[in-house]
Design a protein around this ligand. Structure first.
Ligand code: NAD
Ligand SMILES: O=C(O)C1=N[C@H](C(=O)O)CCC1
Length: 272
């Protein structure tokens, strides 16, 4: 698809929302078709450009998502789980591609998103960067090559405002490691150690979450055995990285059949 598409950004005042507005403004094949914030937010009713402290953009921040989605080809959504579940249904009604970056989604949330994806394209990933998605492929391969003599630990580092743990990225990496090992992550996941936990269980995949300052997002996958350690590491130093991945997903999804996709599909890194 080569024509320009209209994109709605939800959670527009957020860290990712503002990053997305800036990236869309620079994109040759996209324009900002709408900007959504939660009802009662002080940006609602204001021009998004002036609310961001710059020049007016001619787009007024709204709290009625469906009205905005109806005039767009894509919705890019980095908000919060309850909002994302509601937006999935509305984006499907509007037949807009729904790009979901929100993390911390429960099993129940994922079931509802899957239902919405019967009617429209949903692209969802806990991390939209090429580097992290490539790292999931490498993690799966390394985990498949090593046996349980190698303890797998995922360590993630984020800013002090992050509300969910383990991060969406850490879970993607944990899933990839479990897949490489041929196990279900739910059976081997070990997060939140505290107190007299007992020795580490062989075969577990551990998670640790560091929160501090303005860290954008860093992830280590550690394979630790007697006598040696291997670490796979990704460092994000600019949120624009995630925004650009989301824009790529919005364009990629335009000519796809309804269904749920991830960034491995968008980036051509998927096995199937
Ligand atoms: N997948 C990725 O690559 C990636 C990258 C960065 C962040 N994230 C995730 O994106 C989400 C947002 O991160 P952030 O740092 O921008 O958070 P943030 O708190 O800065 O922004 C979230 C925004 O969503 C808005 N919001 C909440 N409920 C809403 C509703 N019902 N309607 C409209 N807007 C609503 C909030 O008002 C806020 O402006 C988090 O889940 C985070 O983990 C994912
Ligand atoms: O800042 C955040 O929040 C991030 N969330 C994603 C995650 O949970 O992995 C991606 C990195 C930044």
């Amino acid at each position: 698809m080569s024509e320009e598409i209209g994109v709605v950004v939800t959670g527009v005042s957020g860290r990712m929302g503002q990053m997305l507005v800036n990236e869309i403004a620079k994109h040759p094949r996209m324009h900002l078709a709408g900007a959504v914030e939660r009802a009662g937010h002080d940006w609602v009713g204001k021009d998004v450009g002036t609310a961001m402290g710059g020049a007016a953009m001619g787009v007024i921040v709204a709290d009625d998502p469906l009205e905005c989605f109806a005039r767009a080809q894509a919705v890019i959504d980095f908000t919060a789980p309850a909002a994302t579940v509601a937006f999935a249904e509305l984006a499907a009604q509007a037949r807009a591609v729904h790009v979901i970056g929100t993390t911390g989604l429960s099993e129940d949330d994922l079931t509802k998103i899957k239902a919405a994806a019967r009617h429209a394209v949903v692209v969802r990933a806990g991390n939209m960067s090429l580097g992290v998605n490539l790292l999931t492929v490498l993690t799966r391969k390394v985990a498949a090559a090593l046996d349980e003599d190698y303890d797998i630990e995922v360590i993630e580092y984020h800013h002090n405002q992050k509300v969910d743990a383990p991060s969406g990225t850490a879970l993607m990496l944990g899933e990839a490691a479990a897949e490489g090992r041929g196990v279900d992550l739910r059976d081997v996941s070990d997060s939140g150690r505290d107190g007299i936990t007992g020795a580490r269980k062989r075969g577990d995949i551990g998670f640790s979450a560091i929160r501090g300052g303005d860290i954008v997002g860093e992830h280590d996958v550690l394979f630790a055995a007697a006598g040696e350690r291997i670490t796979l590491r990704h460092v994000a130093s600019d949120r624009a990285l995630f925004a650009r991945g989301a824009l790529k997903a919005a364009l990629w999804g335009q000519d796809k059949a309804p269904g749920e996709y991830d960034m491995l599909d968008v980036l051509g890194l998927s096995d199937d």
